[in-house]
Design a protein around this ligand. Structure first.
Ligand code: 5RP
Length: 265
């Protein structure tokens, strides 16, 4: 692997622990101004010190994030669909590699939709991005997206989609935690991070999911709603960090959460 590629990856996956807490705020690219992400800058600002990288689109990056930010940027470069449109899987590439370089992105990210009528198009987009990423030393993160079909989140499907992403050259795969997650990790030769998915019922649910994913071999999370839709988003990200980087158990994470919460104004 070339120096630039290695350097960018090590800005995202921290060499000290081999793990990462990525913060995803890219949801508006198909969901619009969803709850708590109406003003991305307001949601993001208190979380910046605790995020190892921030995943977002170029529109929100340019409009809502200061160029002095030090966190590595993972640029969402796929889209072209919406929650009210015909098919969420019908994504294309929205942002060029030159633009990603201009924006000093540490990585680019796109979704693949395995098992849908748009499988081929999204997989070829991944391959093309990897070709360009290898040329310029920019890592590619592939999201094994399920669109509205949340029920697809099982080890058989996610294992298949994750492996295909890795085979086509993705440098990091983002998928969902599921039962038998070890099978997903075992079949995927590149680092895996998990999405949080829709906000879970309790904080403990989020800590347990993170803990189980890390224990099973994920290198971290690329989490959104379970952090920033929480009314105590900073305690949430601090607690998730303790699991990802400090091997905290869910119970210890709960203590971190409660302590941080009691320290809030
Ligand atoms: C959408 C995405 C989101 O970034 C991803 O789902 C992470 O956010 P959350 O933890 O809210 O699921 O890639 O396709």
């Amino acid at each position: 692997m070339d120096w630039g590629m290695k350097n960018r990856l090590s800005r995202i996956i921290k060499p000290r622990t081999g793990h990462t807490v990525m913060l995803a705020i890219d949801h508006g690219y198909f969901l619009g101004p969803m709850t708590k992400l109406e003003k991305p800058e307001k949601t993001l600002e208190p979380l910046i010190p605790y995020a190892d990288s921030i995943m977002l689109t170029r529109g929100v990056l340019r409009s809502s994030v200061a160029a002095t930010i030090e966190n590595p940027i993972v640029l969402r470069v796929s889209g072209g669909t919406s929650i009210v449109g015909e098919n969420l899987a019908n994504e294309g590439i929205t942002t060029s590699m030159e633009e990603a370089i201009r924006l000093n992105a540490a990585a680019v990210a796109l979704s693949i939709f395995v098992g849908t009528p748009h499988e081929r198009q999204t997989l070829l987009s991944l391959s093309e991005l990897v070709n360009q990423g290898e040329q310029y030393g920019i890592p590619v993160l592939a999201v094994t997206a399920v669109g509205k079909e949340l029920g697809k989140r099982d080890a058989r499907y996610l294992g298949l989609a994750s492996r295909i992403a890795a085979e086509l050259g993705a440098h990091i795969v983002k998928t969902y935690y599921c039962d038998d997650f070890d099978k997903v990790v075992d079949g995927c030769p590149v680092p895996i991070v998990i999405a949080g998915g829709p906000k879970l019922e309790t904080e403990m649910d989020a800590f347990e999911m993170t803990y189980n994913a890390i224990q099973t071999g994920a290198v971290g999370v690329d989490m959104g709603r379970n952090i920033w839709q929480h009314e105590h988003s900073v305690p949430m990200i601090k607690a998730v960090r303790s699991v990802v980087h400090e091997n905290a158990t869910p119970k210890e994470a709960m203590d971190v959460f409660n302590q941080a919460k009691s320290g809030e104004a």
